[in-house]
Design a protein around this ligand. Structure first.
Ligand code: NAP
Length: 312
């Protein structure tokens, strides 16, 4: 049975009655639970005199969004008791120098996980950089070796965002077996691995998956058949109420900064789902922010912990 309402009743809060059927897939809450568990596990490692997980993060340039994401990752390391090293490079760093640093980290036995914050400047190849990371330290799960293992259902580092979504579905005990999942977006870091995970013979999984992209015809028709929609296309409020069937589970991966002069930062974050109109039709839905974002970080922490304990 799915969990009961997280929302107050209409009577208590004078909300429209239909809102009471919808429940929030609260990524902040679920990620906190994961981090709390990890904190205990790390304390245990420390008490036993074992090695503490160490994440090395590389940031190239000063992209505002990347700064925010990397700061959140470093903060999460502190919260769970990992060691973290943030390595910053100027936007102008050469690809060769960046690759040399990654090689150094690959050879450093103290480093368990390496992540390079994407996107990289245009003169640096994402592919070259990802491929240069030791697959055993690839806690973002982007290396072709790890993607290949994922395809074969072997133990691997699962890319952090799809892994975070799986952990979120698991945390809230969402039924997935036999459901029709529609994934919008086929990127290597989100949509494609998400489709593999949801179709795998595990829980969460065992879905029948349709993967949609920019050339999909009649996208609305596929979405309307979906029990679960994973929106990962990066187009603010793309998924509207007329695309969602009653009772669907909707996971919004999108994060786009849109201008908002009323805010100090000058922007606000928008998801790929028009939350206000879609939410009343859903059984469960993620908010943006506070849904998939924190789960991505929790998944990264889990991958880093796993890397440490398997190597030491
Ligand atoms: P991406 O590499 O740009 O891929 C977008 C995908 O969406 C592509 O496969 C594209 O199709 C498809 N698409 C674009 N327009 C479409 C349309 N009109 N109809 C159907 N499909 C369409 O993006 P990404 O890296 O996967 O990220 C997607 C979103 O998730 C972004 O907003 C990103 O910021 C966010 N994100 C969030 C997290 C998090 O932690 N919450 C993590 C990663 C990414 P084609 O392949 O045909 O071009």
């Amino acid at each position: 049975m799915l969990k009961k309402l997280l929302f107050p009743t209409a009577k208590q809060h004078n909300t429209k009655p239909y809102l009471c059927r919808m429940k929030i897939l609260d990524g902040k809450k679920a990620s906190q639970a994961i981090k709390d568990e990890l904190k205990i596990d790390v304390a245990q490692l420390s008490a036993e005199g074992k090695k503490i997980p160490h994440l090395a993060a590389i940031l190239v340039g000063a992209n505002g969004a990347s700064e925010t994401y990397i700061a959140a990752k470093v903060k999460a390391c502190e919260e769970v008791g990992f060691i973290s090293t943030l390595i910053r490079f100027e936007e102008t760093i050469s690809e060769a120098k960046l690759l040399a640093k990654i090689k150094e980290l690959n050879n450093d036995p103290d480093v368990d996980g390496i992540l390079v914050q994407l996107p990289l400047p245009k003169h640096i190849s994402d592919e070259e950089v990802i491929n240069s990371i030791d697959p055993d330290k690839d806690v973002d799960g982007f290396h072709p070796v790890n993607i290949g293992r994922l395809m074969q259902g072997l133990p691997t580092y699962i890319p952090a965002t799809p892994y975070g979504i799986m952990l979120l579905l698991e945390h809230f005990k969402i039924e997935t077996s036999g459901k029709h999942a529609v994934v919008i977006g086929r990127s290597n870091i989100v949509g494609r691995p998400m489709s593999v995970l949801l179709s795998s013979n595990t829980y969460p999984g065992n879905c029948t998956v349709t993967i949609c992209h920019s050339k999909t015809k009649n996208l609305n028709d596929y979405c309307l058949q979906a029990d679960i929609i994973i929106a990962a296309l990066g187009k603010p409020e793309f998924v509207t109420a007329d695309m969602v069937k009653e009772g669907a589970v909707v996971v919004d991966v999108g994060i786009t900064r849109v201008e908002d002069s009323t805010r100090k930062s000058g922007f606000k974050l928008k998801g790929d789902v028009a939350f206000d109109e879609v939410a009343p039709k859903c059984s469960w839905i993620t908010p943006v922010p506070g849904g998939v974002g924190p789960m991505t970080i929790a998944a990264l922490m889990k991958n880093t912990y796993h890397s440490c304990i398997t190597k030491n």
